[in-house]
Design a protein around this ligand. Structure first.
Ligand SMILES: Nc1ncnc2c1ncn2[C@@H]1O[C@H](COP(=O)(O)OP(=O)(O)O)[C@@H](O)[C@H]1O
Ligand SMILES: [Mg+2]
Length: 208
């Protein structure tokens, strides 16, 4: 579905590469590594937002739909929750259902500043799903949440993914627990010492 062969990505110094992997339909890949190792950079490259690197990125279909849930929810602050979803493609009549699907009720009329971070993440998730993506990119979806809130959101993600077996996902996390719970393959990024694990490799193999 998407194939990336990254020779090198550098800002003032090399951050990533060489590495390569493919993402297949329904595959759930976790990019794991410490802060600053290049996870967000790699997600931007996968998304097609950053083309300033050496290597190749190939998508199988031109109309491949990629939804990107950024680390910061990035909701439009001057729009209500409902308007944020409608702008992303949710039908007006479907707003409440889309919010209920991510466990939110009675928030459609609120503005983003009135939401907790956990709620804003859920709205961002509903917005990402609104385009009915083939590939969902999640950048640290659970970071900065208190443990119970993070646990609930992790369970929600698990359930939403289970309902959509065709949906591919790339999850960025510094927490191996997230990868274990949500992904079926890992790519472990170490600063200046990248280790590549192919999607076909078993979780157990890559964990060892
Ligand atoms: N726009 C940029 N310009 C220069 N350096 C950057 C830029 N974005 C990220 N970096 C650097 O690249 C490295 C990887 O960043 P990033 O991909 O954000 O890491 P992660 O998401 O794993 O925390 C870091 O050292 C960061 O400081
Ligand atoms: Mg990051």
């Amino acid at each position: 579905m998407l194939e990336l062969k990254l020779e090198s990505k550098a800002y003032d110094r090399r951050v990533l590469g060489p590495l390569e992997f493919r993402i297949e339909p329904g595959q759930r890949l976790a990019l794991v590594g410490p802060s600053g190792c290049g996870k967000t950079t790699l997600l931007n490259i996968i998304a097609g937002l950053d083309s300033d690197y050496t290597g190749t990125r190939r998508v199988q279909r031109e109309d491949l739909l990629i939804a990107y849930m950024f680390q910061e929810p990035r909701l439009l602050p001057w729009r209500t929750v409902a308007q944020n979803l409608v702008l992303a493609g949710t039908g007006e009549a479907s707003v409440d259902a889309a919010l209920a699907e991510v466990g939110l009720h009675d928030v459609a009329h609120l503005y983003p500043r009135q939401l907790s971070l956990g709620m804003a993440r859920r709205v961002a998730l509903a917005r990402a799903l609104a385009i009915k993506p083939d590939l969902l990119l999640l950048d640290e979806p659970l970071v900065s949440l208190d443990p119970p809130t993070a646990g609930q959101l992790r369970q929600l993600l698990k359930a939403l993914l289970a309902e959509r077996p065709w949906l591919s996902m790339v999850l960025v996390s510094h927490d191996p627990v997230d990868a274990q719970e949500l992904a079926d393959s890992w790519l472990s990024l170490e600063p200046k010492n990248e280790r590549v694990l192919l999607p076909s490799e078993e979780k157990t193999a890559s964990a060892g």
